[in-house]
Write a protein that binds this ligand. Sequence first.
Ligand SMILES: Cc1cc2nc3c(=O)[nH]c(=O)nc-3n(C[C@H](O)[C@H](O)[C@H](O)COP(=O)(O)OP(=O)(O)OC[C@H]3O[C@@H](n4cnc5c(N)ncnc54)[C@H](O)[C@@H]3O)c2cc1C
Length: 480
Amino acid sequence: MRTSEEYKQDLYKMKPNVYIRGNRVRRDSPELSGGIYVISHTFDLVEHPDYKDLLAVTSHLTGKKINRFTHINQSMEDLLTKQLMIRKLCQVTGGCIQRCMGCDAINALSVATYAVDMEYGTDYHKRFINYLKEFQERDLVAACAQTDVKGDRSRRPHEQVDPDMYVRVVEKRSDGIIVRGAKNCITMAAIADEIIVVPTRAMTEKDKDWSVAFAIPADTDGVKIIARTTHLRAPEGLKMPHANIGDDENMIIFDDVFVPWDRVFICGENKYATLAAHLFALFHRHSYTGCKPAMTDVVTGFGALIADYNGVYDRPNIRERLVELAATAELVYAAGVASAIYGQKTPAGTFIPNEVYANVGRRHAGMHFYRELEILAELAGGISATLPFAEDFLSEEVGPYIKKYIKRRADVPPEHVYRCLYGISNILCSSLGGVMAVAGVHGGGSPVMEDIAIWRTYNFEEKKNIAKYLVGISQELPKV
Ligand SMILES: Cc1cc2nc3c(=O)[nH]c(=O)nc-3n(C[C@H](O)[C@H](O)[C@H](O)COP(=O)(O)OP(=O)(O)OC[C@H]3O[C@@H](n4cnc5c(N)ncnc54)[C@H](O)[C@@H]3O)c2cc1C
């Protein structure tokens, strides 16, 4: 398996095709260091005694030890372990672990490529398995570029005035395809080895040109990654792990990009492009049942700690708020557990999560994230937004005043109070905190998308039958 140092050196060797604030930058730009710090945990903790059983797994293809972020889930236990791994890693970094996107994409494609071959006798699955071997062997980090820019939201890809609003195939050649378009809001593409592209929505017969899935190195010619970076700045002299994290969200331009056939996994088969879109969303929403509880854990931890330092930890109003946070975290996590337990083995061998439980879990998380921030703001008090800068806290001239007047319980050192408030301020008032809040709503699909998935898969007829039975419209006992 790769080390974080090898991952970084590989990134730094890539062609510079990342754009930040008008400049084309290399991947060793300090702007990208926060995200790289986060991803590095997925390499560094693979040998750690407490984390290795979560992060290391045996490949079903080669029998070798691989990183779980490159693994295809084979069983219920795999899904449960992935969920727990994501929760634990997000707790340790204090934010999104970012590497699950590529993992969810390979899992989706493992099923969709198999299914398309079964119907059309194509060889996408063989190509995909070859790619997967390389992915596992090289321990690659991939962004998943699903979200198209989409233009007029009321129109399907073939109905758009500009056909480039969804990534599409503009030419098929003997050696590969040429693709054009753009994907938006793509997490960590600027610090990924690879970009895996899957369609963003259901595709009709008329959308065949847009029915495409493929993988390319992130610095392929014609790819331009326009990054919006955010990071928490570590205050000088007040080192804390949480202040090292960062994120890059990217618009990726595909300016007539060549993709060789061995990296094309769907090309024109609209039914299976639709399947790939649904499956990525499904795996990703299951991953959310790990990361979102972790975000709530972080919020809960800071909320409980500041209440403790304030001397009011056991007051009924505080207890009520903390219990509300715990209930959200554990309900979302429980939905993920249920989704794994009621998941199923597909003909491809991949074990997929149960759709209803993954979607209700993700929906519940998405609808509560701003409420969680509201609770933290309430518990922390206004100083979470007005905290003096660390340089002033550390200064010889005004620092002693801040230390005196920031004091809460007599037995808690002022520096602990300051650090706690600094962490809260990171969550509530930083640019990264703002991105994470919107990610809580839209990442993995806006709540309406979970509504659509639940509407499509939930058995409402069964519920009608219950009502009919209870009032004597039907004598048939509801089915077990
Ligand atoms: C921080 C962050 C990270 C992300 N990371 C990734 C990533 O790594 N990979 C990736 O592929 N995506 C990623 N996303 C994108 C995410 O999946 C999308 O934001 C989400 O799917 C919503 O799409 P959109 O942003 O284009 O919203 P829009 O499509 O612009 O939706 C805006 C609103 O319009 C409504 N709407 C849209 N279309 C219709 C319609 N036809 N009928 C009725 N209402 C409609 C929606 O309900 C929504 O309320 C990320 C998003 C965020 C915020």
